[in-house]
Each structure stands twice: as C-alpha cells, then as structure tokens.
Design a protein around this ligand. Sequence first.
Ligand code: AMP
Ligand code: TRP
Length: 372
Amino acid sequence: MSIGGYRLLKNINKIFISQTIRKASTKAEVNFQKRIFSGIQPTGGVHLGNYLGAILNWVKIQNEHSNITLSIVDLHSITLPQESEILKKRILEMTATLLACGIDPDKSTLFLQSTVPQHTQLCWQLSCLTTMARLAHLPQYKEKSEKLKDIPLGLFIYPVLQAADILVHKATHVPVGEDQAQQIQLAQHLAKIFNTKYGTTFPIPHAIIADDTSSRIRNLRNPTKKMSKSEPDPKSRIQLSDTSDAILEKVKKAVTDFTSEVYYDAENRPGVSNLMVIHSMLTGLSMEEIYQDANSKKLDTGKYKLVVAEAVANHLAPIREKINNYLSRPQYIYDILEEGRIHATEVAQKTLDEVNLKVGTILNTENNFVVS
Ligand code: AMP
Ligand code: TRP
C-alpha cells in the first residue's frame, strides 16, 4: 500500500497536467498560474495529525514541486472565544513550528491572516453571493455549533472567509486533510458563481488530499475518531512539543484490541493500524517491512508500542529543539511574518481591485489586472 504523502506527490503532477489539458480545451478559460495555498489555525498546538496530514505535505510540495503560500489563520481562531495573550503566544508557536518542520521562508510565503485585510474584504463580497442554507449544511459548523447555546455569526460564515483566503490568492491547489473537503467545495462553488456573474476571475481551486491513511490520523484513545485539537483528553493526541517521556506514556496507553499480533487492518483493527501508519510515515518503512520485522522479533502489540514510541520520539526530538530555538528569537519570527505580509498583500490587493471593479464597488484603479 502507499502511505500518505507518497501517493499524493505522484498525483500532484497528474492534477497539474489535467488542469493544463483542461485549460487548453476551453478557449474562454484564463491561463491561471499554478498557486498553492493552505491555512492552519494557531490554536491548540500542532499534533501528529496536523503534521502527517498537512504540514509534511506542505514541506514536500515546497521542496519538490512549487512554492506555497501558508496563512496562520488567526481570524478563524476567534470564531470561538480566545484569550488574547494566549492567542498571541500561539501565533508565535505556530510560526516557529512551521519553520521547524521545514517551511522555508526563502521558498514559501508565511503570513498572518489578520495582517492582510483583503481576506476579510473579499469575504464580504463572497458572503453576498452565497446563502444561509448553503452554509448551514457544512459539517464543521454543525459539529462546532452543536455544543453551543448561542452561535457566533463568525462561526457560521467561517467557510466564506476560508473561501476568501483561497480565492484572494487565486490559488489553484489547496493541500489539506480530508476534513476540509467540503469547505474547499464551497470555495469552488463561490469561484464558479463569481465567474459566471462577473466573468472569469478566479481559478477553480482543487483540494489536494493525501490518501486515506495520512489524511485521517486517528485519536489514540478512540481510534474510530480522528486525532483532534478539540478532544478534551490530552492523551488522545501527540503534540509536536511533547517530551519523549510523554510520547512513551501516550503511545503505551493507546487503545488497541485483544489480538496480540501486529498486522494492518484499518477497518477491523483501527488502533494498531493507526500506530503502523504513524510508524511507517515517520520512518519510511513500508507496512510489509513493519509487519515482517514485528513478526520475526515476535513482538506483540504491547512491545510494538515501545518501537513506535521510540520512532515518534526520535523523529520529533530535533523538531522540538528547533521550535524552542525559534521561540528564543521572536524578532526573527516577526520579520518572517512581515515579509510574508508584504508579499501576500501584493497578490491579494491585485485580486481585490479586480473584484471591486467587476462588482462596481470601486470606480477605477491604477492597477493593470486585465486577465484575458
Ligand atoms: P486544524 O487542526 O483543524 O487547524 O487542521 C490543520 C490541518 O491539519 C488541516 O489541513 C486538517 O485537515 C489537518 N488535520 C487535522 N487533523 C487531522 C488528522 N487527525 N489527520 C490528518 N490530518 C489532520
Ligand atoms: N479551516 C481550516 C482548518 O480548520 C483552516 C483554513 C482556513 C484553511 N483557511 C484556509 C485551510 C484556507 C486551507 C485553505 O484546518
């Protein structure tokens, strides 16, 4: 079987190629430049699901395919209550983490969403093109609002801001975990509505979703659910900042089943299969190699957990060290975000000028944005 990023990367070329073919076959279609965009909320720290399902793929895309624009989406975070001092700390930590994981500011753009107000300006334009009924169906909204008595309006229009993030950068590809698929569909829908009403302006963004295994790393305490920031039990996830001892404790306590043999069967044995996926992705070993090794050493799942814990701890220790190193230099982090802001603003303002002119909310602009 293929694991995580590997199949994804093979597919990326196919996606790019198919887009080029499509472009060539539709005369009216504009030749959009390939742009890759993604976002991550600066809340709750980064866990192994975020790392394997999203960040690792961003780094691979950056190093092997194309530069990437990444936004730390603080405005999405405040759709649920946040303490301001903690939020500021989390923004620094998230930036340090992305850098420590290999996002290279010389190749990619890393910026804080709130510093580029064109995102919220386009959000308003797009919010006028969709309906409340369309938004009410989205699963992330349903899931988050279920627990609340009074639902903030921001939580309801969260996906419109996400669509604006993507469209204001005219992104052609959006690498995300599986849980984001429906939000990307909304961005596609809004791009189509806008293009139909005002003429081709936005590319239709494609979601790039890694294969099943890495796009859904499972909760260690309940492997039928995904590993998530919002799960109350901290033992359900491994944070990138966890010490080796904490990792060992969490992996030892990971829920498996009553079969002691180590083999992959995601459907019937989600617990041990999840550990094998994590092990494989962090070491590059194939499932077959892991299976053969565990069986030749007669490891039961209890002993296999120690092997996995060691692999996770060895992989994360240097990243943790780099995170701490970046955090000791906050000015460096601010400088990276400022550089990112300048670059992101340039792209976003150009799109917004074009949108305003087409919608009629600006009379003229000096920018040259003719697209055909
Ligand atoms: P979030 O934690 O919701 O801000 O997600 C940040 C990125 O990580 C998104 O692209 C998610 O799709 C991805 N992600 C979150 N949880 C998981 C998980 N358990 N497995 C794989 N990817 C995930
Ligand atoms: N909603 C995404 C999440 O919860 C974060 C996000 C905001 C995003 N804007 C985006 C992801 C734009 C991709 C593209 O993970």
